[in-house]
Write a protein that binds this ligand. Structure first.
Ligand code: AMP
Length: 471
């Protein structure tokens, strides 16, 4: 029997027939791993990206156990953006088209509230929505979820990135405990582990890609003749590897600031992280680095300790660490799921003894490599893809992620749908809300437009000042 055949599963006949008519001949790897568990009514954490067939994996699970005759909301699918919610709803409808009368409703922020209330009054079996808006309907009593049997969190990592954790918690509180919970996420940071522990029961984990593996880190060592050459070497390495996010480790606070300033002078996007920063500066630096609007963070070991960055493309040791354990700890921060991370270390003659200590510790021979060609510095192509907007309103003003996302992507503020002024959910990155201010990352090519939209639109019925912050 073919293990990847849908017919090997206990799926309803009409679902199977429809899959055939859609041309889905075999299960994708994530479907083959997750569907048997999902159909067994298990809670499942699946590490899968867009394009893996993840939507069909959870959609077939919830459709197979849906009771069409019971006209109550039985499944809730939460997505980070309206675009994704629309795509998911479309796929669910396609998979459900052979079953009569299944009603799928989307409830997303940035859309008028009134018509959604009307649709809810007509009833639905499956809701696909964004967390902020679903929470609002629950609070207003326009949505009731007492009959829910399946909860799906799609792109859970992105939802957490966008600050939806409080909304997710508020929604889950309203759901029956005896339910199936399915969590799909491209990455698996600590935050996902902690939320899954709270809202799932004995989950089965499936993944199609191997997760973080330290052996995938390539180490490179470069000998430099002077401190001046160290700076040039750093630029060459940044230019060669073009990391989207990298940390440069220095041994002193003063040096982090000097190196960051010099990198900025040379046109790189860099910020220093050290113990002398005020809390607000530190928050801002971490936000800008995590949301990818700054690509190089120059830090001391102490300052980097609290750094909650799940994967870096590169770690560069401006000097070799004091001891081997610190070195291993530093380079362990690089290496993304499935792809390789780079760790580069610069050393002078005076530090050669540290290299010898590392050789002992790692039990491997370390050979210095020649630096990349100076020609690399002639054409600089180094710029982050995102920019950060700061908004002068935060938790105290009850500003929530959904409000910001809504103001940015609303179709009414300026411009028409599909016109040059449209901003979509995929242009928006991380959203961080502090007590009195908030930050949102947007793609660089829409940053001016985003600023204009925030300036013209209202958040919570008020105008808040917003500005672009850049290095
Ligand atoms: P997703 O990762 O959910 O965004 O799905 C990616 C695309 O794959 C969608 O267009 C699905 O319609 C399609 N798809 C999902 N499962 C299968 C399958 N088993 N065979 C063929 N296409 C599929």
């Amino acid at each position: 029997m073919d293990n990847a055949a849908f017919s090997a599963l206990s799926l309803h006949k009409d679902l199977l027939k429809n899959l055939e008519s859609l041309g889905y001949q075999k299960m994708t790897p994530i479907q083959a791993q997750s569907l048997p568990n999902i159909l067994n009514n298990k809670d499942v954490i699946a590490q899968a990206k867009t394009g893996s067939g993840k939507t069909a994996a959870f959609a077939l699970g919830l459709l197979n156990k849906l009771n069409v005759k019971q006209f109550r909301v039985q499944s809730l699918i939460l997505c980070p953006t309206r675009e994704l919610a629309d795509q998911v709803a479309k796929e669910v409808r396609r998979l459900a088209r052979a079953t009569h009368n299944i009603k799928v409703l989307t409830l997303c922020g940035g859309m008028p509230f009134g018509p959604q209330i009307g649709s809810l009054e007509h009833g639905a079996h499956i809701i696909v929505g964004t967390p902020g808006r679903v929470e609002e309907h629950l609070r207003k009593g326009t949505l009731r979820l007492g009959n829910l049997t399946t909860l799906v969190l799609d792109e859970a990592d992105r939802m957490l990135d966008m600050g939806f954790q409080p909304s997710l918690d508020a929604i889950v509180e309203q759901l029956p405990r005896n339910r199936q919970t399915l969590l799909f996420s491209a990455t698996y940071p600590d935050q996902i582990q902690s939320i899954s522990r709270r809202i799932m029961t004995d989950p089965v984990m499936v993944a199609v890609e191997s997760i973080h593996d330290k052996s995938t880190i390539q180490q490179h060592f470069y000998k430099v003749n002077s401190d001046k050459e160290r700076m040039t070497a750093l630029q060459l390495l940044l230019q060669k590897y073009q990391p989207e996010s990298s940390v440069v480790f220095c041994n002193t606070r003063r040096e982090t600031q000097e190196v960051a300033d010099e990198l900025v002078d040379f046109g790189f996007s860099a910020l220093a992280l050290h113990g002398d920063l005020e809390q607000r500066q530190r928050d801002q630096t971490l936000v800008r680095f995590a949301n990818k609007s700054t690509s190089v963070l120059v830090a001391t070991d102490v300052a980097a300790r609290g750094l909650d960055i799940e994967a870096l493309d590169a770690v560069i040791n401006f000097q070799i660490a004091r001891d081997a354990e610190v070195h291993i700890h530093r380079i362990g921060r690089t290496g993304r799921a499935g792809s390789k991370g780079v760790a580069c270390s610069l050393y002078t003659d005076k530090e050669a003894y540290k290299v010898a200590l590392l050789e002992d510790y790692l039990d491997q021979l370390i050979v210095g490599e020649p630096l990349p060609s100076m020609q690399l510095l002639e054409k600089r192509t180094f710029s982050p893809s995102m920019e950060t907007l700061q908004i002068d309103g935060g938790k105290k003003q009850k500003v929530r992620p959904g409000d910001i996302l809504g103001a940015l992507t609303s179709k009414t503020a300026i411009g028409k749908e599909g016109g040059a002024d449209t901003i979509t959910g995929s242009d928006v990155g991380k959203i961080n809300i502090f007590d009195r201010c908030a930050y949102v990352a947007v793609k660089s090519d829409v940053s001016k437009r985003a600023l204009k939209k925030l300036g013209q639109g209202k958040l919570k019925g008020r105008n808040f000042r917003a500005r672009l912050i850049s290095s």
